[in-house]
Design a protein around this ligand. Structure first.
Ligand code: FAD
Ligand code: NAP
Length: 445
């Protein structure tokens, strides 16, 4: 029987564990699986931490989430095919839950599936290399609680360590002389810190958009978002403006490439994250930007040069939880010999084809349809079931809602692709709702 190591018990690792459990429930013999998780509990990024920098064991803090984070996509677009929100909460809840509510849903499926005995918590994977003699993977892992290193051998390694944790921090001339606070979104925790402040946000993607909005919501004086490629172009609430890229700083000001400058109090770099796998032998490391189809991976998961190495969740993400499921179900079926991988040549051709198609995508609608087709392609040969066409339509609607009103898009309601239920409206608009606690959101429907 093959031995499988999964690195990381975030949503992707949990999807993989759940996929094997579901096969087992239907009578399949499953391989021995060990999931190594460096944190003391599962949930990955959803496991919010107040800490920044290093944790109590001196390990880098994985968390990039912040106190008032709410889902930025409709929950109906990330719903698990085999575990609905209605089943978890025993009632319908609104479409854009806050962080704690989504975490409860993600962990609910894991709790109900009896997965914890497969996970070694507080275990940091330090090194993975391939034995030249056997072709198997040698793992060196630190057991943090016992302060010991263990070495183990596996046939298959599944990397589920996420790619939104290690910040990409570019340099800007003079920033070392700027007197205010400078941070990356990875370390952003509480928008209230910027009450009354003038903020410069660098970047023009989801973190920039959301941190700009919630900083205004919690009392920032003004926010400038500085873009490298293109402005986000939303109809912003008063106080938020977009400027082209900042070129340099002095002690109090930022200077932009259009010749203008502004006094600011703080800088938040929302400049994305690195795909970073220092624990992997160099020639096994996925090296990519944040793309819908990272190269080197057949079906977006199998390492082309050695398909015994699998990566989950390494894509830029419109789809999240049910895409991780699609990947995990497909990988599981290959590992259970239910699906055969084609020749290396065919895999390479397939990767090139998907990558070429990504280059020609012109707008978010096309990107959503592309990632929908990717998910549908994966589940076609598996028994994973969810209505990706309905999800796709709802993602496209969500994009339009944001264009119409970036402040109110979280007040809209969507239909579950699992139960067909239309979500109720939240009692308070997102902009006016300052209480994001579980009790407030779930209790007052
Ligand atoms: P992660 O959640 O990052 O989990 C990876 C796990 O691997 C972690 O538990 C980590 O501790 C572990 N690990 C890492 N290195 C090691 C090692 N060497 N040894 C052992 N364990 C290790 N998605 C949504 O659907 N909705 C949202 O609203 C949403 N908001 C987001 C907000 C922010 C700020 C960010 C950054 C992301 C957000 N996402 C959201 C996307 C997020 O990527 C996914 O929801 C999901 O967390 C990805 O799961 P993952 O398991 O692939 O990675
Ligand atoms: P991202 O989507 O990868 O975007 C990175 C941004 O950084 C891009 O705008 C990029 O600009 C910019 N950038 C990179 N290098 C730069 C440089 N040298 N100078 C200027 N700009 C630079 O990362 P993200 O916005 O952090 O989002 C990561 C994930 O977190 C997403 O999945 C998102 O959904 C999630 N998230 C969710 C929420 C929520 O509300 N639930 C909030 C925040 C984030 P270019 O376009 O020019 O490349």
């Amino acid at each position: 029987m093959k031995r499988i190591a999964i690195i990381g018990a975030g949503p992707s690792g949990l999807s993989q564990l759940r996929s094997f459990r579901s096969a087992e429930e239907e009578g399949a013999d499953i391989p021995e699986i060990v999931c190594f998780e460096k944190q003391s509990t599962w949930g990955g990024l959803w496991n919010y931490s107040w800490r920044t920098g290093t944790d109590n064991n001196g390990e880098p803090v994985h968390n990039s989430m912040y106190r008032y984070l709410w889902s930025n996509g409709p929950k109906e677009c990330l719903e698990f095919g085999d575990y609905s929100f209605d089943e978890h909460f025993k009632k319908s809840i609104p479409s854009f839950p806050p962080r704690e509510v989504l975490k409860s849903y993600i962990l609910g499926r894991a709790d109900n599936s009896d997965l914890s005995h497969m996970v070694k918590f507080n275990h940091v994977v330090r090194n993975i290399s391939i034995s030249k003699d056997t072709g198997k993977f040698n793992l060196r892992v630190t057991d943090i609680e016992n302060n010991t290193d263990l070495v183990d051998i596996f046939d298959i390694v599944i990397i589920a360590t996420g790619h939104f944790s290690v910040p990409n921090v570019p340099y800007f001339e003079g920033i070392e002389n700027f007197m205010g606070r400078v941070m990356h979104s990875h370390d952003f925790r509480d928008a209230a810190e910027f009450n009354g402040k003038r903020l410069l946000i660098i970047g023009s993607s989801y973190s920039a958009e959301d941190i700009a909005l919630q900083s205004m919501k919690y009392g920032a004086k003004e926010v400038i978002c500085s873009y490298r490629s293109a402005p986000m172009g939303f109809r912003w609430p008063s106080g938020i403006e977009e400027f082209p890229i900042v070129e340099r700083f002095d002690s109090t000001k930022s200077f932009f490439c259009n010749g203008s400058n502004r006094e600011i109090d703080a800088v938040i770099m929302c400049t994305g994250y690195l795909h970073h796998f220092p624990f992997l032998q160099k020639n096994l490391r996925l090296n990519t930007n944040n793309l819908l189809y990272p190269g080197q991976l057949y079906k977006g998961i199998f390492w082309l040069d050695n398909p015994n190495l699998i990566y989950l969740g390494m894509q830029d993400q419109y789809y999240t939880l049910n895409m991780f499921d699609a990947q995990s179900w497909y990988a599981r079926d290959v590992l259970l010999d239910r699906i055969q991988l084609p020749s290396r040549e065919s895999m390479e051709k397939d990767i090139k084809n998907w990558m070429q198609r990504e280059i020609h995508l012109k707008n978010p609608t096309q990107e959503i349809e592309y990632q929908t087709n990717y998910c549908k392609d994966l589940v076609e040969l598996t028994d994973y079931k969810i209505d990706y066409d309905l999800i796709s339509k709802q993602f496209i609607k969500w994009e339009k809602d944001k264009d119409e009103d970036i402040v109110a898009y979280r007040d809209r309601s969507f239909i579950s692709p699992v139960t067909g239920t239309q979500a109720p409206a939240h009692h308070t608009s997102w902009w006016d709702e300052m209480d994001d606690s579980y009790g407030s959101f779930i209790g007052k429907i």
